[in-house]
Design a protein around this ligand. Structure first.
Ligand SMILES: [Zn+2]
Ligand SMILES: [Zn+2]
Length: 403
């Protein structure tokens, strides 16, 4: 249980906490995949509407931007505007939980806690609509398709920050393994850039018993795979972080036939663009030259996915201050390492200054079901106890920023 803090605008077990729990459970029961969040979007819109909160719908298909103005705005001085963002989409994972609010949509599940993110942002919107003693404007951004669809990118491309100008934008993700009641705030890198690797090695196939007549793409590929793993260890500073994971090999169909081609697919993760460029150049060189030495031909295709999520230090500091106010100094970790996972809030952070923080979802052995289960697990569940803490953090951030 998250202990009560005097700094929390929404206390545990309050009416608004209970409402957030019921919204979260409804969303959990109705998980929808990228750009198909129609029921979820309608549900969120109905809650906003019932509290008379202004909203705009349709960005990136199912996205919603709700707006609350401060009571202290004047024509001469409307203060500044900030954006708070939650994601709404679920994953194509069959849920194995048996509790009453388990998924009613076969093969789909809120296994990343976006149901909780939406419920916390809704709670903050409802509270701030009723307690708008601030100067400025808050835009509550409910975005679709975080899980691979780049809904954040599309919202930005469709004019999110032109239509709803913000001086800063903030995001929050629950983090299993971090205790309920705690936060983690990174000064700079939080999540990695995610690029897709596709390698093709063209040899010369034929009878597997006559290697002298062939160019073996499998043996060539084996050498390429080993050589590529030298890049992170030998071409980057030991203090920098990057990952090359080659995860799919496709070639051949018979034990006695050498195929013409081997395809290798994988993922490349890094934090800073200059490191990414250096890695890609080395990959290109290793693939081309290793293949040439073996008499084969190699090609590399890299497709950029999500950029790295890099906080602006000044805004990270503001997030940490608000988090401390709703919890305690000891409950806000400033030195957790970032993760090589990806996050499309990066597109918003590349378009507008801001920061992205983690809120602890629970700390018990990772094999156990529920809130301590890692994200994207069939037994994961968002922790309802942290709803008031997360929503109170949003409220505190607004109260600190819009004065
Ligand atoms: Zn996820
Ligand atoms: Zn997520």
């Amino acid at each position: 249980m998250v202990k009560k803090s005097n700094g929390m605008a929404i206390q545990a077990d309050s009416d608004l906490h209970q409402q957030m729990v019921s919204w979260r459970h409804w969303l959990h029961q109705h998980p929808e995949l990228m750009f198909e969040e129609f029921l979820s979007s309608d549900f969120i819109a109905s809650v906003l509407e019932s509290h008379d909160i202004e909203m705009h719908r349709g960005l990136a298909t199912t996205g919603i931007v709700a707006t609350v103005h401060g009571a202290n705005n004047t024509d001469d001085n409307r203060g500044k505007a900030i954006g708070l963002r939650a994601d709404m989409d679920a994953l194509p994972i069959p849920e194995q939980n048996q509790f009453a609010h388990k998924s009613r949509h076969d093969g789909k599940m809120h296994a990343c806690g976006h149901d909780g993110h939406s419920a916390m942002l809704l709670g903050a919107a409802v509270y701030l609509k009723q307690n708008n003693n601030f100067r400025g404007t808050v835009h509550f951004i409910f975005q679709p398709a975080e899980e691979g669809g780049g809904g954040g990118k599309i919202m930005v491309e469709e004019g999110l920050f032109e239509r709803f100008p913000c001086q800063a934008v903030y995001g929050m993700h629950n983090w299993p393994g971090l205790a309920a009641g705690e936060f983690a705030v990174h000064d700079r890198a939080v999540m990695a850039a995610v690029d897709k690797i596709e390698i093709s090695i063209q040899g010369k196939g034929g009878h597997a018993a006559m290697p002298e007549q062939l160019v073996d793409p499998i043996l060539t590929g084996a050498q390429v795979i080993i050589a590529l793993q030298s890049i992170v260890s030998r071409n980057l500073s030991p203090l920098d972080s990057a990952v090359i994971s080659l995860t799919m090999l496709e070639a051949g169909h018979a034990s006695n036939v050498m195929p013409d081609e081997l395809k290798i697919t994988g993922t490349l993760r890094y934090f800073y663009a200059e490191e990414g460029e250096r890695i890609k150049k080395r990959m290109e060189k290793i693939i081309t030259n290793t293949c040439e030495a073996m008499g084969a031909q190699g090609t590399l295709k890299i497709t950029s996915g999500y950029p790295a999520t890099i906080n602006h230090p000044r805004h990270a500091q503001k997030c940490a201050e608000a988090a401390i106010q709703v919890s305690s100094q000891d409950a806000v970790q400033r030195d957790l390492p970032p993760t090589m996972g990806g996050e499309d809030f990066s597109f918003m952070l590349n378009a507008c200054e801001g920061a992205y923080i983690w809120i602890g979802n629970g700390k018990v052995p990772a094999e156990e079901a529920g809130s301590a289960c890692m994200l994207h697990n069939t037994k994961y569940d968002f922790n309802d106890d942290i709803l008031p803490l997360g929503a109170s953090y949003w409220i505190q951030l607004v109260q600190n920023e819009l004065v």
